[in-house]
Design a protein around this ligand. Structure first.
Ligand code: GLY
Ligand code: MN
Ligand code: MN
Length: 431
C-alpha cells in the first residue's frame, strides 16, 4: 500500500467515525448524501458542466460523479449508490482503484430515482427539495447536521493536506507553461491552452474557471473571457488558475509584467509579493483572520504611500477607505473540496461570524487552527468604477494611478497550511 493509500484509509476511518458521532448527536439513524445532477439546457439534450456537492466530494473524492448517493448509517456499512446505466452514448461511470472504494458497499443503479430509505429518521443532503425529501420520508439539509458536517471539513487530515499539496504542484506546472505562452506573445486563449496543457486537466474539471487577464482585464476580479487576439501592447498578465487533485483544489494567482509595462508596475508587484510573504509568516493557531485582513490593508496603505500613488500618511489613507477601492476583496478563504470551502463565516459551534461591515467581501472570519488550509491573496487593482468615488481627493497622484489603469491589477495568491510550528506553504515557489 502506498503512503497516500495509507493516509486515505486513516482519513476515512476518522471521517466515518465523525459522521457516526454527528448522526448520534443530531439523533438521525443515517444520512444520504446526493452528488447532484448537471442542469440540462432548456429545450435541448445537452447538459451544463457539473461539479458534485462538497460533502459527496469529501466522502469520495469524486467531484464529477452525477446522480449518485452515499449512505452513512449507524450500525451498517456505508453504501455508495453509483449511477451507471447501460448507455450506448456514454461510457458508464467507473470508480478509480483507490482505498475508499473498499470502504463502501458499492451498489450500481440504473435509475435517477433516489434510493429507498429503511425505517428510521434520515437526513438527505444536497440539492434536494423539501417536497422530494418528504416523499422519501427524510429531512432535507437539516441545519444542525449540515453545520456539524461542514465543521469536519475545516481542519484537514494528513491525506487531505497531501491532496492539496499535489494539486498545488500540478497547478504550478501550469502556471509556468502559461507564463512561457505570455512571454512568447500569446493571447489570453493561448495562455489558457498552455495552462491546460501544463496541468493536463480539462477545463470542466478545474476547481473554478481560470482567470487569464491581460492588461486592464487583470482589474476585473473574476474576468471570464479568453480573447483570441493578443493585444498590441503587453502591459501585464494576471493568472488565477487551479487544479483539482482527487477532489481537492489548488487556487494560485501570479501577476507578471509585460514588455510594455510602465516602470512603476514591477515595484508594485514586488510590494504586493513581499506583503503576501509577511502575511503568510504571521499565520499561526489562534491568530484572527480578520486581524490579518486588516493588516493587509495597513500594508497596502504603506505601499500606496511608498510608491507615491498617494501623498498622505498611512493612517489617513486607511481612514479614507482608499485601500478598499484598490482592493475590494478579502485576504483569502478556507480551501479544500471546494475552492471557497465551507464554514469560513461561523465559529466552531456553528454561530455566525459575519465579516466586519467595512469588509463585506471577507470570506473567512475565524481564528486560525492547526490543520486549516487558507489562501493568502492580497491584491491591488485599478478599478475605475471604485476609484471614481475618490476622484475628488487631491492626495491621490492621479497621473500615476491613471497610467497604471491599462495594467489592470495585481494579485499574488498561495495556499497555506496552518501548523503548530507556523505556516507550511503548499504552493511551490517558482524558480
Ligand atoms: N480563484 C478565486 C479566488 O481566488 O478566490
Ligand atoms: Mn482564492
Ligand atoms: Mn484565486
Amino acid at each position: 500500500m502506498t503512503e497516500c493509500e495509507r493516509q486515505q484509509h486513516a482519513h476515512l476511518d476518522a471521517l466515518l467515525q465523525a459522521y457516526h458521532e454527528a448522526l448520534a448527536v443530531h439523533k438521525f439513524d443515517g444520512v444520504l448524501v446526493f452528488s447532484g445532477q448537471p442542469a440540462r439546457h432548456f429545450g435541448d439534450d445537452q447538459h451544463a458542466t457539473f461539479t458534485a456537492y462538497g460533502h459527496f466530494v469529501h466522502l469520495t473524492g469524486q467531484a464529477h460523479l452525477a446522480h449518485s448517493w452515499v449512505m452513512v448509517r449507524l450500525g451498517e456499512p456505508s453504501t455508495l449508490y453509483l449511477h451507471s446505466p447501460a448507455d450506448i452514448w456514454h461510457l458508464p461511470a467507473y470508480l478509480p482503484e483507490e482505498p475508499w472504494v473498499e470502504r463502501f458497499r458499492v451498489e450500481p443503479r440504473k435509475t435517477h430515482e433516489p434510493p429507498a430509505l429503511p425505517p428510521g429518521r434520515f437526513a438527505v443532503l444536497g440539492e434536494i427539495s423539501d417536497g422530494m425529501a418528504q416523499v422519501m420520508g427524510a429531512e432535507a439539509n437539516p441545519s444542525g447536521l449540515v453545520a456539524a458536517l461542514n465543521e469536519l471539513r475545516v481542519r484537514k487530515s494528513a491525506y487531505e493536506v497531501s491532496c492539496l499539496r499535489n494539486a498545488n504542484h500540478q497547478a504550478m506546472a501550469g502556471h509556468l507553461s502559461a507564463r512561457e505562452a505570455f512571454d512568447a506573445g500569446g493571447a489570453e486563449f493561448d495562455i489558457q491552452l498552455a495552462y491546460l496543457g501544463g496541468v493536463r486537466q480539462r477545463e470542466s474539471e478545474l476547481p473554478y474557471p481560470n482567470i487569464v487577464g491581460l492588461n486592464a482585464h487583470g482589474g476585473v476580479l473574476h474576468y471570464q473571457h479568453y480573447d483570441t487576439v493578443a493585444p498590441e501592447k503587453r502591459r501585464s498578465l494576471l493568472l488565477d488558475a487551479g487544479v483539482r487533485y482527487r477532489g481537492y483544489c489548488a487556487d494560485i494567482t501570479r501577476t507578471w509584467p509585460g514588455h510594455d509595462s510602465v516602470a512603476e508596475f514591477t515595484p508594485l508587484i514586488d510590494g504586493v509579493t513581499s506583503l503576501q510573504h509577511d502575511l503568510i509568516a504571521q499565520l499561526a493557531p489562534g491568530v484572527s483572520y480578520v486581524d490579518l485582513h486588516r493588516r493587509m490593508h495597513e500594508g497596502l496603505a504603506a505601499l500606496l504611500v511608498e510608491q507615491r500613488l498617494v501623498n498622505a500618511s498611512i493612517e489617513s489613507v486607511l481612514e479614507s477607505g482608499l485601500t478598499q477601492a484598490f482592493c475590494p476583496h478579502g485576504l483569502g478563504h478556507l480551501l479544500g473540496a471546494q475552492v471557497h470551502d465551507v464554514a469560513g463565516l461561523v465559529d466552531a459551534t456553528g454561530q455566525r461570524r459575519p465579516p466586519p461591515a467595512e469588509h463585506p467581501a471577507l470570506r473567512l472570519t475565524r481564528e486560525l487552527e492547526v490543520g486549516m488550509v487558507v489562501t493568502v491573496e492580497p491584491g491591488l487593482y485599478i478599478i475605475p468604477m471604485l476609484l471614481e468615488t475618490h476622484r475628488h481627493r487631491p492626495e491621490v497622484n492621479w497621473d500615476r494611478v491613471d497610467q497604471l489603469a491599462d495594467h489592470g491589477g495585481i494579485r499574488i495568491e498561495d495556499n497555506v497550511l496552518v501548523t503548530a510550528a507556523g505556516p507550511d506553504n503548499l504552493t511551490p515557489q517558482e524558480p
